[in-house]
Design a protein around this ligand. Sequence first.
Ligand code: PTT
Ligand code: SF4
Length: 601
Amino acid sequence: MKGYAGTLLRVNLSEDKVTKEDISDSIRKEYLGGRGFAIKLLWDEVRNADPLSEYNKLIFSTGPLSGQLLPSAGKMVIASKSPLTGGYGDGNIGTMASVYLKKAGYDIFVAEGKSEKPCYLLIADENIKIMDATDLWGKDSFETQDLLEKQHGKNSGILVIGPAGENLIPISTVMSQKGRSGGRPGMGAVMGSKKLKAVVIKGTKSVSNFDDDKLREIGKKGYEEIKGKEHYNFWMRQGTMQAFEWCNENACLPTYNFREGVFEFSKEMDGYVLEKLHVARKGCPMCNMQCGHVIKDPSGQQAELDYENVGMLGPNIGLRNLPQVALLNRLADEWGLDTISLGSCIGFLMEASEKGLIPEKIKWGDFEAAQKLTVEIGRGEGLGKLVSHGVKAAAETLGKGSQKWAMQVKGLEISAYNCHACPGMALAFATSPIGAHHKDAWIISWEIANDRFSYDKSKVEKLIEFQRIRGGFFESATVCRLPWVEVSFGIHWYPEYLEAITGVKWSWDDLYKMGDRIYNLIRAFWIREVPQFGRKWDYPPERWFEEAQSEGKVKGMKLDRRKYEQMLSWYYELRGWDQNGIPLKETLEDLGLKEVSREIV
Ligand code: PTT
Ligand code: SF4
């Protein structure tokens, strides 16, 4: 099948060994790429491993659409067994490393083993070198990026970790291009555990596609369609920050550790404020709707903002000043910490302080304290140590009922949507295959526009449809989903792109089935790797069931537990899983996963 470089590259850092393997046509057909390739490899090769040991593997995986001259196609999946959750973890990052990996002749790169001393990898076509990184160790992600770019030239794709990854902090990510961050469930720590500071990729080849002329033609049409969309201009003005005002109006903005959904100071920091402060734009390769808005922080330095970052480092910790949020965002980027988890951890500590559960006094909105805590979390020291393994672990240590307002699912902190009155989105967080992240099913926008308060089966069906498209197709193809989500770019283009690239005609039914195969294999991985995994892993935090919101248009509302149980049961039934969330034998067999069913059923 065309459109792939066709090779998997392995570098074993314990043995200084480099190997290359062909990727078979059947693997390409069954798993497509990105997340699909990653879970297949993890299922086959990572078994009962400590995530921070040499037995875990860190996978950088592209798909057939990655690196092609197509709308927003500069993405890559970074996946591993997560040190934060113990289960499957991945993230999707926009980076030139995706483009250059394919140009170098590889679809996937796997880092295995563990180096004795700090190193970085140089991948330049056939030449793979393990380089000394002693001088880079300890440096922040921006400085590391600059130094490596200076040494290897701008025509390289660079992935780095910051000090948080080096310190094995489980909420650390992999960074690229000073502002792209990927791998929320601790992919930075996995890289740090291998003493791998960075990966520098250079490539000079091109991938052979089935029909390049056709691809050029429909790729060009795609770019033109995006620019002509009604919503394009507004998107270019605010990017993901357009969600801020919308969330506040609909009372789902994460506020004071998700206690509320409305922030009284929202007008001081919404997308319109961002527009006034905007100084530059950044984004991923191949994109003509770049969404990274850069503003100046209080120290005069530039920092990039996205809705999730602002929601979690703003209202969720009671901070109302956008430049100050930008500074925290930049600090998180330099340290290589996930902003969503960071905002949740700081909010957790502020609430613990308010409730008198810790001796330290940290007030909501205390900017200085938030800066100090960010550094302490990145170091795993001081008060930051309590939350540096995420809020689930923090609540287990602190006790005193704090589990109820530790805002996480499966150990991963919830991203920036409060769901006291959004049952569909609560279920989306609860059933996301990496823990509470919105990427697999951002059903909240559909839910609020259609039938916000219902717990109907049709909502569960919609949720699964989103998971199939977003978590199945986009994560495997591997390409940014925002053109489709945010400016209504025609989804029909994607099978057309796939056909021109691979020569294979894919229907949406084929792609859904492929997505289901990936979902079931990820589920099997959780079952195999996490003792007693089952239904109780698929619930949102207690706060949403027990405490009603006190402000906004959903004042007095909370989730209905009985109705949630019914939704979860329908979810299992529709997925072909038993009522403990374990895939049925026939479901797995139908997806060609007979071997898997022998292990877990
Ligand atoms: C993503 C998560 C998000 S989702 C955001 S803002 W968002 C946060 N960004 C962070 C950041 O910045 N710095 C930091 N230190 N930590 C951060 N953590 C948070 O990470 C991202 C965009 C965004 S911006 C979104 S919605 C879309 N996500 C996509 C996805 O998941 N899949 C896909 N096929 N396309 C997507 N397109 C959009 O990509 P994670 P990126 Mg990211 C500064 O990585 O682990 O998936 O978490 O990759 O290149 O930064 O693009 O309002
Ligand atoms: Fe990257 Fe944003 Fe463009 Fe998507 S829309 S490719 S996240 S810059």
